[in-house]
Design a protein around this ligand. Structure first.
Ligand code: CUA
Length: 181
């Protein structure tokens, strides 16, 4: 039998399994199991995969929540565009809006405090990538992605959109401050 000629017997797949083939099937199957169980194992012990919750939210409702937070807790503005820097109370719900092509506003969080970070998009799908830490989340319009975050290192972090969202995708960056209070 070859790839060119039709099989001589119609029940070609009923031939006995070659030892080498069987070995490879066993290796592949075993490897699949390892990979499968690595997912829950690494989620628990890897200390880098966040557990997130998702709820339905309209872009308007998410925008409104973010606006309320900005109105209450803005401490200063940055750049010519007067982007608000918001320092919400420790332990509170904080909101980040993704839209073409910006993250809004700039958040300033306190080291060692936990926050409920709400992420949603106003228009299309964006990707929340926090640098230099290894955090990646999809930000989808209509869904409120909630992550409980406890920053453990102070500094200036970069937020980069890592989901291609059009002509201005590469400009969709922001900052996140972690301060020691
Ligand atoms: Cu937003 Cu790419």
């Amino acid at each position: 039998m070859s790839a060119i000629h039709p099989p001589t017997t119609r029940l070609w797949w009923k031939q006995p399994l070659d030892r080498v083939e069987g070995t490879w099937i066993a290796i592949a199957f075993f490897w699949c199991l390892i990979m499968f169980f690595m997912m829950p194992y690494w989620h628990v012990t890897g200390k880098q995969n966040l557990s997130n919750e998702a709820y339905r939210v309209s872009p308007e409702a998410h925008g409104k929540k973010a606006q309320e937070m900005v109105d209450k807790y803005t401490v200063r503005t940055e750049s010519d565009q007067k982007i608000p820097v918001v320092h919400p109370p420790a332990g509170s719900d904080v909101y980040l809006v993704a839209r073409l092509w910006a993250w809004w506003p700039i958040l300033e969080l306190e080291k060692g405090k936990s926050y409920r970070l709400h992420l949603s998009a106003m228009d299309y799908m964006h990707g929340f990538s926090l640098q230099p830490s290894n955090i990646n989340l999809q930000v989808i319009p209509g869904y409120d992605m909630v992550v409980t975050v406890t920053p453990n290192q102070e500094g200036t972090y970069s937020i980069v959109c890592n989901e291609y969202c059009g002509i201005g995708h590469h400009t969709m960056v922001n900052r996140l401050y972690v301060v020691n209070k």
